[in-house]
Design a protein around this ligand. Structure first.
Ligand SMILES: Nc1ncnc2c1ncn2[C@@H]1O[C@H](COP(=O)(O)OP(=O)(O)OP(=O)(O)O)[C@@H](O)[C@H]1O
Ligand SMILES: [Mg+2]
Length: 429
């Protein structure tokens, strides 16, 4: 979204809830802002808070943001003796002429390459034009939500010629054995069919991962090679380390042996994930049920998260804790998707779906029945549920979950999808 769109006749352009929701949804797409320095000078506490909040967002994690009060005047005295950063954000509540004169003063000390984003109080077309004439990059009207700040900065620094970056979709189980890997692999398979673009499953369960088994593959190389020398990983090496499962689906397979122990670092993992993100439309990350620096980071930095839980007390508690943590760490992202799996095991006392929802204070997104015949046979055959029994209810649910992650409506799935063509442009292979 550009902050505010002006036309000749606009006197006030409000951001109603619908517009806001659409913008926020579109911003959920990964748009990581590069390593730049941003200095904000605010006049209003609310604006300062919105920028501070935005600076903690994962999309701005690489940039260095400072926020101070005092508006244009403070900026002017600050830059008398300091070099200007990549981006200066100035909030000004002054009248048009006073604001312009403050900005003219600022321009005198601005180094080449510094961009200026102005936050004002009014939708004033004349002011907007004067600002643009002076080379101001963007004008926004307070009050602002953090996501609007992130979006505006991303718009200024996204390379218009760069292809869109891919999405990282993280799958985690609320408890060991809840079926998270099964859901990850099946949904990835569905995603590769629905979007007709490349999807990669990266199996971060290095010693025990089942992605190879589930797709009947036994590759010699895979994710462990990438993690052992992440600085060497590029598009070419990535291509060599992937194992093709079907036309659009590849596997970044785990060695699944006990020959080595892997104490992964956050840096190793984030380097590998970044290379996947910039080379693939969808990286599905199968995270084992463990709580380490890297697994936590993987969740917090993913574009979408799917938690798989089973209907029992431990799963409920862990799901609640995960939702709380994710909510705190990702204030500008949609909440995680929750799959309640292995429901209705005969004779097993379970927490009902209604009670599970009530305790979470939200509804789970999918309820998948316990079906040992179907899941067991597919797993033993090295097949996906959608291949083995396309008409099964679980198959439909995997298609639905994939469509939800790709933000595609049912209609598009059935008609072969205009979106697929669009997403196809992402396919570099
Ligand atoms: N809905 C289901 N009905 C029956 N069996 C299922 C269902 N979902 C998963 N399973 C089975 O449960 C077992 C565990 O699944 P999976 O390995 O996917 O779980 P996980 O959460 O990834 O486990 P881990 O904690 O080891 O990573 C597998 O044998 C799988 O086939
Ligand atoms: Mg698993």
């Amino acid at each position: 979204m550009s902050s505010v769109e002006y036309t000749q006749t606009d006197t006030h352009i409000g951001t109603d809830d619908n517009q806001r929701k659409t913008s926020q949804e579109s911003m959920d797409r990964s748009r990581v802002v590069p390593r730049i320095t941003i200095q904000a000078f605010c006049e209003n506490e609310e604006t300062a808070n919105a920028i501070s909040n935005a600076s903690g967002d994962r999309r701005l994690a690489k940039s260095h943001v400072t926020v101070q009060m005092g508006g244009a005047r403070a900026a002017n005295s600050f830059y008398q003796s300091a070099p200007t950063p990549n981006l200066i954000i100035i909030e000004s509540q002054a009248e048009r002429d006073a604001m312009l004169s403050d900005l003219d003063k600022l321009a005198e000390s601005c180094d080449a390459g510094t961009k200026v984003l102005v936050i004002g109080m009014v939708n004033d077309v004349v002011l907007y034009r004067s600002l643009m004439q002076r080379g101001v990059s963007e004008y926004m009207v307070a009050p602002l939500e953090p996501y609007q700040v992130i979006e505006a900065i991303a718009n200024l620094y996204a390379d218009p010629d760069a292809e869109p970056v891919g999405e990282v979709i993280a799958f985690v189980g609320a408890k060991g054995g809840s079926g998270s890997s099964t859901i990850c692999h099946n949904t990835a398979w569905a995603m590769s069919k629905i979007t007709d673009t490349d999807v990669v499953i990266s199996d971060f369960d290095l010693a025990f991962g089942t992605a190879g088994l589930d797709f009947d593959q036994d590759p010699v190389q895979g994710i462990a090679d990438a993690l052992s020398a992440p600085e060497r990983l590029d598009e070419v090496l990535l291509d060599r380390l992937l194992t093709k499962c079907s036309e659009n689906l590849s596997l970044f397979a785990a060695p699944s042996t006990l020959d080595h122990v892997y104490d992964l670092s956050e840096k190793q993992c984030s380097t590998v994930v970044d290379v996947m993100r910039s080379n693939l439309p969808y990286a599905f990350v199968d995270i084992p049920h463990m709580w380490t620096g890297w697994s936590r980071q993987m969740l917090v930095h993913a574009d979408d998260i799917i938690i798989t839980a089973t209907p029992d007390l431990a799963s409920l508690r862990n799901t609640k804790n995960l939702i709380d943590l994710i909510g705190k760490e990702r204030t500008n992202d949609a909440p995680p998707h929750i799959v309640l799996n292995q429901v209705n095991v005969p004779k097993r006392p379970e927490i009902s779906v209604a009670d599970f929802n009530k305790s979470l204070d939200r509804d789970v997104d999918f309820v998948i029945d316990f079906n040992p015949q179907l899941f067991g046979t597919a797993a033993n055959n090295g097949q996906m549920i959608l291949e083995f029994e396309p008409k099964a209810k679980a198959s439909e649910q995997f298609n639905d979950l994939a469509s939800k992650i790709a933000r595609i409506s049912d209609q598009n799935v059935e008609t072969g999808s205009a979106f697929a063509k669009l997403l196809g442009k992402l396919n570099r292979k």
